[in-house]
Design a binder for this molecule. Structure first.
Ligand code: KG4
Ligand code: ZN
Length: 378
């Protein structure tokens, strides 16, 4: 059983991914085909284009993952696929292919919640390093382009259950990165670019305080307040106002024009196109978002007497977020784990790993299931 190899398939957003993972803890192959180049001109993911690109990529990506793993169709023990949350059309591509494979090969099919996948990315890598000790309760911050959730996890014999104790009221943190980058003419996706530019600016230059980043609990009775919810739409508006007040429009347009001529520009291409004001703004934006994520997560951890922190999802790749979490959680003696940068963003190894406990208890999907764009994690 511990040698069981699961082929995972992920297509919930703009990455077509497949991977083979042994026993929920050893990655045998991990193929991720990003659609960044397709969506870049639009400054965000275009759902119709995402579905079309998944259709084009799914067969070669899965074949490649199988080849890289040294497995054959016959020697795989099960197939796992992301059921949701995500873009319905994109999810359906992965699901239809996974169903067809399972049927044709007569193998069990396992559905996985994408958010649980992100949490398992952390577990998978810790186990690969030989760390099997996780003290409960575990608080997981899942922070990505589509999600900003705080899940309190409890362990049962073969699976974990999750209580949502915080979530975003509006934009996800990664979405705020992407929108601010678009606003400043820095390209798509915004997270890696802002991450690379922020150390060159002064994070105290633009003051984005709690007023821009707080959700409103006013008028809500005490027992219905949600102190660990997030809100990132206010800071995006504050950045826009700053751009207008500081008359940055012309420099943004000039930068956009130059970057349009560079396919997939790197931070090194973008940095010389940014004046001090832009770099300061980017650094201030990032500082505000990072401080909010870390402060609320640690407050929740204190209140719920948490023993371990997981920080995962695309934004967990952020250098300042990692550094600040390490520092602040360290002060409280709270262990904090992140996936490697490669496993922070969407991938299928996390889906295959999350499927393993279900494989052990034979929790297989019925053939009728479909994509669930807003699938909750419980
Ligand atoms: O987990 P993910 O690949 O997809 C979703 O499930 O949404 O996350 C993608 C998001 C994007 O918004 C991207 O801008 C953000 O993660 N991201 C980052 C970094 N790398 C990716 N945000 C901040 N810093 C980064 N280094
Ligand atoms: Zn994700």
């Amino acid at each position: 059983m511990a040698d069981a190899c699961i082929l995972g398939i992920e297509s919930s957003c703009d990455e077509t991914a497949a991977a083979v993972v042994r026993g929920g803890e050893q990655i045998l192959s991990n193929v991720v085909l990003s659609q960044i180049a397709t969506h870049q001109p639009y400054g965000g993911v275009v759902p119709e284009l995402a579905s079309r690109e998944h259709l084009r990529a799914i067969v070669p990506v899965v074949r490649r993952a199988l080849e890289d793993s040294g497995h054959t169709w016959e020697s795989i023990n099960a197939i796992a696929v992301t059921q949701g949350p995500g873009l319905a059309g994109a999810l359906l591509v992965g699901i239809s292919y996974a169903k067809a494979l399972a049927f044709a090969l007569n193998k069990p099919l396992i559905t996985v919640n994408h958010l649980e996948g992100h949490i398992h990315a952390v577990l998978l890598e810790e186990r690969q390093k030989g760390n099997f000790q996780v003290d409960f309760p575990v608080l997981s911050l899942v922070v990505s382009g589509g999600h900003t959730h705080l899940f309190l996890a409890a362990a049962h014999e073969n699976h974990w259950t999750y209580e949502t104790i915080g979530r975003t009221r509006d934009d996800a943190a990664g979405e705020a990165y992407d929108k601010v980058a678009k606003l400043l003419g820095l390209g798509y996706p915004g997270g890696p670019v802002i991450d690379g530019l922020a150390p060159h600016g002064d994070p105290r230059a633009a003051r984005f305080g709690s007023a821009q980043i707080k959700h409103d609990n006013r008028g809500v009775s005490k027992d219905r307040q949600t102190p660990f919810d997030f809100s990132f739409s206010g800071i995006k508006t504050a950045v826009l106002r700053y751009v207008q007040l500081e008359e940055m429009k012309n420099s943004i347009e000039a930068r956009q024009k130059i970057l349009a001529g560079i396919p997939q520009p790197a931070v090194a291409d973008i940095l010389p196109l940014c004046d001090k004001k832009t770099l300061d703004l980017v650094a201030s934006f990032q500082r505000a978002v990072v401080n909010d994520l870390v402060t609320k997560t640690l407050e929740a951890a204190r209140e719920r007497d948490v023993r371990t922190l997981f920080v995962t999802g695309g934004v967990a790749a952020n250098s300042e977020l990692r550094k600040t979490f390490d520092l602040e959680a360290g002060k409280e003696g709270l262990p904090v784990y992140f996936p490697s940068r490669k496993l922070s963003t969407d991938n299928a190894a996390m889906i295959a790993a999350a499927a393993y406990p279900k494989f052990v208890v034979r929790d297989f999907a019925s053939p009728e299931f479909s994509a669930e764009a807003s699938l909750a994690l419980r």
